[in-house]
Design a protein around this ligand. Structure first.
Ligand SMILES: Cc1cc2nc3c(=O)[nH]c(=O)nc-3n(C[C@H](O)[C@H](O)[C@H](O)COP(=O)(O)OP(=O)(O)OC[C@H]3O[C@@H](n4cnc5c(N)ncnc54)[C@H](O)[C@@H]3O)c2cc1C
Length: 415
């Protein structure tokens, strides 16, 4: 095989699996290889902390493509095989089995990995992180009526695990070092709605708490906090964020800046290599700063743009970020980047549903966070996403007024 006719994608996750599909649909006739270090065929991660933990589905039911897809689309899927080296000069990737693959264009979609805690006992059995199917099955095996589950970190993963564990009848305590939940992601009021819901369902959520160590002999049986108190537990789940998997790119000499740094077309510092999904950072044309996103929609959208650009197009990645989380019967949906806002307008969209709109100092809408029932927030969050994308200037008072039909703001834009 000559380098001239091979597309190689490293990372058989959300982004890699979608990218190979777009490469074929986009007309690539040559070889396509997808290298994934997990044993399973590519699957969706969002159900892992929700339906898989509550026992409603298996990870395999979240397969991104049907089994036959790879054969029918002539995608050479190398599951259980890691890429161990990229030689940019030779345009070749070395695999863990010693094989070398040449590429015409390469996509790095290696995702992110959970941060571990560096406190004593963090490696005891029963202390888990959650990123892949194996992690989810191991945690699911810990859950059951009366089991005491400690969750470290009140971010999205931690709170989703807490909700699932509670639904399985566990006694759940959440420890968060910060003064509130979801510190980087949503306004304080949205975080509070979720925390209230957890408290109503019987979860013990504690803020400003430092975990000093995990204790137990061979297996965790308690958590020692900063004030010296010990909270007994049968298992713990650490959800303290993720780090982009950049080692391979870094060793290959590609630019790194909170992830693999890519240009607006998702090209790395080597013009033959692209990066997309959780692993890359990019300057968003609307926000004009380098950001890195960790969400499903971004992985899907960047896969598409990267693949088309690998085929020779010049598409700029400009999608307004969109994210969701489900906890119990409540959904949270976020469009844009609320953290970049300095003022806000609140709109009641249902009995217990609200959308919080965030504005920057210049008065531009930069984000919207909806919390409540999906049917009561989804439409308004979608309109907010469009208002942000089209840079339509809106009056916060009109957004807050539930009598205003938000769609009308798309037409009657004040520029
Ligand atoms: C439990 C969980 C729940 C989530 N829930 C939501 C949600 O509700 N809403 C939402 O918007 N987002 C959610 N996300 C985030 C979303 O799933 C991720 O943003 C998305 O999976 C990112 O896709 P990716 O392809 O960039 O990375 P990944 O899906 O992580 O895929 C990367 C793949 O590359 C593999 N890999 C890494 N290095 C190598 C190598 N050297 N060689 C070969 N393969 C390699 C990895 O093992 C992995 O399979 C959730 C994530 C998790 C973990």
């Amino acid at each position: 095989m000559s380098a001239g006719d091979a597309m190689v994608v490293i990372g058989g996750g959300q982004c890699g699996a979608r990218a190979v599909q777009v490469l074929r649909e986009g007309g690539w006739e040559g070889a396509i290889t997808l290298i994934g270090d997990e044993a399973a065929h590519p699957y969706e991660r969002p159900p892992l902390s929700k339906a898989v933990l509550v026992g409603e589905r298996t990870p395999e039911q979240g397969a991104i493509h049907r089994e036959a897809f790879y054969r029918e689309q002539r995608v050479d899927l190398r599951s259980g095989c890691a890429a161990s080296k990229i030689d940019c000069a030779a345009r070749a990737v070395t695999l863990s089995n010693g094989e070398t693959l040449s590429y015409y264009r390469l996509l790095i979609a290696t995702g992110a990995e959970p941060r571990r805690m560096s406190v004593p006992g963090a490696d005891l059995a029963g202390v888990h992180v959650l990123r892949n199917a194996g992690d989810a099955l191991a945690i699911a095996g810990e859950l059951g009526p009366g089991r005491r589950i400690a969750v470290i970190g009140a971010g999205f993963i931690g709170l989703e695990v807490a909700a699932s564990a509670r639904q399985r009848g566990c006694e759940v305590v959440v420890f968060e070092a910060a003064p509130r939940a979801l510190m980087r992601a949503v306004p304080a009021e949205v975080a509070q709605c979720l925390v209230d819901l957890h408290c109503e369902r019987g979860v013990d959520v504690r803020f400003n708490v430092q975990v000093q160590r995990f204790e137990g002999e061979g297996r965790v049986k308690g958590i020692v906090l900063g004030d010296g108190s010990v909270v007994p537990c049968d298992a713990a789940v650490v959800g303290v964020g993720v780090a982009p998997r950049v080692a391979l790119a870094q060793e290959a000499g590609l630019s790194i800046d909170n992830g693999i740094a890519v240009d607006p077309m998702l090209r790395t510092s080597d013009p033959h290599i692209y990066a997309a999904g959780d692993v890359c950072s990019f300057v968003h044309p609307l926000y004009r700063r380098r950001i890195r996103l960790e969400c499903w929609r971004n992985a899907e959208d960047q896969a598409r743009v990267a693949a088309l650009n690998m085929l020779g197009r010049d598409e700029v990645y400009s999608a307004v970020p969109w994210f969701w989380s489900d906890q119990y019967d409540m959904t949270i949906q976020i469009a844009g980047l609320p953290a970049f806002g300095s003022t806000q307008a609140v709109r009641a969209t249902g009995a217990a549903s609200k959308v919080f709109f965030a504005f920057d100092e210049a008065g531009w809408l930069v984000g919207a966070s909806g919390v409540g029932q999906t049917g009561e927030i989804a439409r308004d969050v979608r309109v907010a996403q469009e208002l942000i994308a089209r840079r339509i200037r809106v009056d916060p008072e009109r957004l807050a007024d539930s009598a205003t039909k938000l769609k009308s703001l798309l037409a009657a834009a004040v520029h």
